[in-house]
Design a protein around this ligand. Structure first.
Ligand code: SF4
Length: 355
């Protein structure tokens, strides 16, 4: 027996999740709402996004309203979701939709991909959900379902094109948006990483991994290269009164809850050319040398430090604070942050450290 879209759609019709950005069955979703939800979900969970999403939509009900808003207001509405470069891209994308597309999102995957901050996944998701295009939106959930369903032994991420082909081959032409959402829901609620609820799955009969009893061994993943160096940019903004711009890292994860100067994301493929995009404010940043190097348990990090001065009365962007020079010693800096501050000459006292 082969898996069919009809089985997934029948399941979706009965069990679809109720989400604030999802319309009722038969209604056409608004591309703006779908796009905004997908950008927010890139970095956090559905439960965390829901209240932000509602507030954001109340404040910016249309793409035109978002495009016309001052960037500080967008950043303020985003505060708490983290990774402000995404919020800046979100704002830039809204402005591009208004300036270049008359306020309407392009309705194809290619058109969507040409907008700032929209990658393959988001373009596929918006094209399918908002415009009912037969486009694949392959994220971790979808990879898990498809590799199990077809017992795909190839290693991810190399197997991604194969997964994508399988999704497209199954995708029905009449309800691509519901199919894409059904696949997302199945991966999130039934075909979970541990203990998938195969007994409730609409594809339990054709699922090759279930038949072999090997569900949890999929997806197969290439071993992460231990110690691949990650790169990033750190921005030391010092007011003329000596106060330094800081923020607090999210409570969970690496260096959770510690103080830091704003930085870009730390990635193996980070490109310094685009560092200005990640800066907390637009000003004349000076690149300092050499970069700060630090070795964490799982990876070495190389941060390029940028420094700039700000006027004494400047207010911190949302989610950040200026800490007076004399109080820097009270901030819980990690050793990598101390190295960054020392490189910028912004620091010279005994700090509390934790790594
Ligand atoms: S049968 Fe189980 S492993 Fe296969 S797709 Fe369904 S939930 Fe996932």
């Amino acid at each position: 027996m082969l898996p069919s879209a009809a089985d997934l759609l029948a399941w979706y019709d009965r069990h679809r999740r109720v989400l604030p950005w999802r319309v009722l069955a038969g209604e056409r979703p608004d591309a703006y709402r779908v796009w905004a939800s997908e950008i927010m979900l890139q970095q956090t969970t559905i439960a965390a996004v829901k209240p932000y999403y509602e507030r954001f939509m109340a404040r910016f009900p249309t793409v035109a309203a978002l495009a016309a808003a001052p960037s500080e207001e967008v950043m303020q509405a985003w505060a708490g979701l983290g990774y402000y470069s995404r919020a800046r891209n979100l704002h830039a994308c809204a402005m591009a939709v208004v300036a270049e597309h008359g306020g309407r999102f392009p309705d194809t995957e290619e058109g969507l991909r040409s907008l700032p901050g929209i990658g393959a996944y988001t373009a596929g998701a918006v094209a399918a959900i908002a415009f009912d295009r037969p486009a694949a939106a392959v994220d971790g959930n979808v990879e898990r379902v498809m590799t199990r369903l077809f017992a795909i032994e190839d290693l991810l991420p190399g197997a991604r094109p194969l997964v994508r082909d399988r999704v497209l081959a199954l995708m029905p032409h009449d309800r691509p948006g519901d199919f894409a959402q059904g696949l997302m829901d199945l991966g999130a609620t039934i075909c979970t990483p541990r203990n998938p609820a195969c007994g409730l799955c609409p594809w339990r009969e054709p699922c090759l991994a279930r038949i072999a009893g090997t569900q949890e061994s999929f997806p197969r993943k290439a071993k992460k290269k231990a110690g691949a160096t990650r790169y990033g940019a750190a921005f030391v903004l010092t007011r003329t009164d000596g106060a330094v711009l800081l923020r607090t890292r999210p409570p969970k994860g690496l260096l959770g809850g510690m103080a830091e100067v704003p930085t870009s994301e730390w990635r193996a493929d980070y490109e310094l050319d685009g560092a200005a995009q990640d800066a907390p404010v637009v000003t004349r940043w000076r690149q300092l040398a050499p970069p700060v190097r630090h070795v964490f348990t799982h990876f070495p990090l190389e941060l390029t430090v940028f420094a700039a001065k700000a006027p004494a009365g400047m207010q911190a962007p949302p989610g950040m604070r200026f800490t007076a020079a004399g109080r820097l010693g009270e901030e819980p800096f990690s050793s990598v942050m101390l190295k960054v501050l020392e490189t910028a000459g912004a620091y010279g006292m005994t700090p509390k450290t934790r790594d």
